[in-house]
Design a protein around this ligand. Structure first.
Ligand SMILES: Cc1ncc(C[n+]2csc(CCOP(=O)(O)OP(=O)(O)O)c2C)c(N)n1
Length: 283
């Protein structure tokens, strides 16, 4: 039996929060992959979901609101032997971090992005996020959007993402399979995880998702980009979950090896000569 190297600690989340399923599944997958905790970096921005890295025994980095992706990309580019995983919210990823979302996908750096999508701003107590369902003023609930809801999976494919998936915290086995495939994928991997916020989102509840999610069947071809684009637009009475799109393209690192030859910051060994060269570069 593999050792339990990654453990999670007490959290500040509400009882029943979907974040619990995600953290438990994440820890299970990291243990299954038998990675060394000092070779894993969990990155987040600001929000309830973004606290994940503070509760798992691995390296962690908490950035500013919306800035988890550039931090993760930087960490990966200077330490390509690290497994870099972002855990953060839909607001952090698609709202405050919207611009970073688009342009970091285009790079296809080998990082994994788990979005805890509760369709609401949880930490700040329930304002609509970019993925909140649409509504109009006559049918307004707290968790709804007067603007057109943001479709993260469609945008990701349009930006050239090489792994695009959706899962649900109410289907833990499915979540574990998709999370593992995302971490194993070489390149940017997005998993939008439907995650009920039991305190502030009274619309998108466990039973709301349970009635609608539908696992992609075995005949679904995740390499067909046009079919995947169409699938990303299904989000209503049925919500498809699974790997909607995957291709094995070259990563940014693999495509541009010459970029990493002469830049002192990229030095991987930690001897004093490199540290001095690094300091000299910045003074
Ligand atoms: C630049 C900036 N704007 C706004 C805030 C306030 N703020 C903190 S967390 C948050 C919402 C987080 O929502 P989400 O990313 O969906 O995560 P959740 O708490 O739902 O897990 C906001 C608006 C902030 N800290 N910084």
């Amino acid at each position: 039996m593999k050792a339990n190297k990654f453990i999670s600690s007490e959290t500040a989340w509400c009882p029943g929060c979907g974040n619990f399923s995600i953290i438990e599944t994440l820890v299970g997958v990291l243990n299954k992959l038998d990675l060394a905790p000092h070779k894993v970096v969990l990155v987040g921005g600001i929000g309830q979901a973004a606290k994940t890295n503070q509760y798992v025994s691995a390296n962690g980095f908490s950035g500013l609101h919306g800035r988890s992706l550039p931090a993760a990309v930087a960490i990966k580019l200077v330490n390509d032997d690290l497994t870099v995983i972002v855990n953060t919210g839909d607001g952090d990823s698609y709202g405050e971090g919207g611009n970073h979302f688009i342009h970091n996908i285009r790079r296809n750096v080998d990082i994994t992005h788990f979005v805890h999508d509760n369709q609401i701003y949880g930490l700040t107590k329930g304002q609509p996020s970019p993925t909140s369902d649409a509504c109009d003023l006559s049918h307004k609930t707290s968790a709804c959007n007067l603007s057109v809801p943001f479709n993260p999976l469609l945008v990701a494919i349009a930006c050239g993402a090489t792994f695009v998936a959706r899962s649900f915290t109410g289907r833990k086995e499915h979540l574990a399979t998709v999370m593992e495939a995302a971490i194993r994928h070489k390149g940017y991997a997005l998993v939008d995880i439907l995650q009920p916020c039991v305190s502030f989102n009274k619309v998108n509840t466990y039973s709301f998702y349970d009635k609608r999610v539908q696992e992609l069947d075995a005949s679904y071809d995740a390499s067909n980009k046009m079919a995947a684009i169409e699938k990303t637009m299904e989000f209503g009475d049925t919500i498809p979950i699974g790997i909607l799109y995957q291709e094995q393209g070259l990563t940014y690192e693999g495509k541009n090896p010459q970029l990493f030859n002469d830049i002192p910051v990229i030095h991987k060994s930690h001897d004093m000569a490199n540290v001095k060269a690094l300091i000299k570069e910045f003074i």
